[in-house]
Write a protein that binds this ligand. Structure first.
Ligand SMILES: Nc1ncnc2c1ncn2[C@@H]1O[C@H](COP(=O)(O)OP(=O)(O)OP(=O)(O)O)[C@@H](O)[C@H]1O
Ligand SMILES: [Mg+2]
Length: 364
């Protein structure tokens, strides 16, 4: 992987800029704490990927974030950003290079949207015109009209808009790493889905290394290239792709955490376009046969749900131009689940031991 040491952020909008993040045997014991909040945590997030941290309350997610940007001192181990230990950095300087988005203390209430987004570029001493251009660019990126929005105060925005401005502020100096601690936690489900989709679209463009904390396993599956599941004491229960975690949970804790419906959740990861559909056998594209039609981009989970409400009859799968691609049947779902279950876990399948899963450390 590209272990770019890209900790410097000049360049007007070097969107590809991202750095690998590595935690090496990190531990944290707060003063007066009997058991450490984090005992011995190691994992690596490749540059440009989204790693979602999930786990029960108190498992050390926020602590991990604060250790990464040195808001709190580390007790043991090391954290490397772009191959360089964050411990060698001036904490203030480091924090300007790490975007941080949190749920509660969002924006500075007495500053306009413009001033909020411009915070870090100003601290970095960017010339005025460049700051202004950057604010404009970011507002467009998050789909807010710069003319209308830049002079408003946070109280004059909706919750979702505030959260987007928070993301823009974190992105302002083009940081190689973004930390997002339950960024959408306080948003209602509909807007939350929208913000998630927007963020994924944004991430397509900016390709940052992101550590994203959530309580919600569905959000983790949707947002993460990889998911790190923590348990009490900051112990890494599993670190894998969403598909692997759903197909081969490392132990009972993970299986319970992802839920008994993990088979269904897995179906949401596959689109009809990825299946070998049944030959249409002369079915016509004009819907005269009465079969339900679904676009190829539909997820298998959604297609299954549609099929069940249509008495289990096969669905006709059509492409963007309405051409029939094939049929989707219950048999295909069965086959998909069986194939997934039969696929061996990556690496040496025997090593998924309980306390120290094989996937700990650098993922395959
Ligand atoms: N400043 C502190 N002083 C002492 N103990 C702390 C402090 N901050 C957190 N802790 C403890 O460290 C552990 C991990 O807390 P942390 O905030 O990292 O959990 P979390 O996974 O983010 O939980 P949540 O999902 O509730 O946000 C908890 O047991 C918590 O009580
Ligand atoms: Mg927390």
């Amino acid at each position: 992987m590209n272990t770019a040491d890209t900790a410097h952020n000049e360049g007007p909008s070097a969107f590809a800029q991202a750095a690998e993040l590595e935690l090496r045997h990190v531990s944290k014991r707060y003063a007066g704490q009997r058991e450490p909040a984090i005992g011995d945590l190691s994992f690596t997030v490749p540059a440009g990927e989204v790693c979602v941290l999930v786990g029960p309350s108190g498992s050390g997610k926020t602590t991990t974030m604060r250790l990464i940007n040195r808001m709190i001192p580390i007790s043991g181990g090391d954290i490397l950003l772009g191959g360089r230990s964050v411990l060698t950095r001036d904490p203030k300087e480091l924090r300007r290079e790490i975007g941080y988005v949190i749920q509660q203390i969002g924006l500075f209430p007495h500053q306009t949207v413009d001033e909020n987004i411009a915070t870090v570029p100003r601290l970095l001493g960017w010339p005025k015109e460049r700051v202004s251009a950057r604010v404009h660019e970011l507002l467009e990126l998050i789909d807010l009209d710069p003319e209308e929005m830049r002079d408003r105060y946070p109280a004059q925005l909706s919750g979702g808009q505030r959260q987007r401005v928070g993301v823009a502020r974190a992105l302002a100096a083009d940081p190689p790493l973004m930390l997002m601690d339950e960024p959408f936690g306080a948003i209602d489900p509909i807007n939350r889905t929208r913000l998630q989709d927007e963020f994924l679209g944004l991430q397509e463009k900016v390709k940052k290394t992101v550590v994203f904390v959530t309580h919600d396993i569905d959000e983790a599956i949707k947002m993460g290239d990889r998911i790190a599941i923590l348990r009490e004491g900051g112990v890494l229960a599993q670190y894998d792709t969403p598909r692997e975690i759903l197909t081969h949970p490392a132990d009972d804790f993970v299986a319970q955490f992802v839920g008994a419906d993990r088979g269904l959740k897995r179906l949401a990861l596959t689109r009809l376009s990825e299946l070998k559909l049944i030959e249409p056998n002369g079915r016509r594209a004009d819907a005269s046969d009465g079969a339900q039609r679904v676009p190829v981009q539909t997820s298998v989970r959604d297609a299954l749900s549609i099929m069940l409400s249509a008495n289990g009859d096969p669905l006709t799968v059509v492409d963007d131009d309405g051409r029939v691609e094939g049929l989707f049947t219950l048999g295909l779902v069965e086959q998909l689940l069986a194939d997934d279950a039969a696929a061996p876990p990556p690496g040496d399948g025997s090593a998924q031991a309980e306390a120290q899963p094989a996937s700990q450390g650098r993922p395959v």
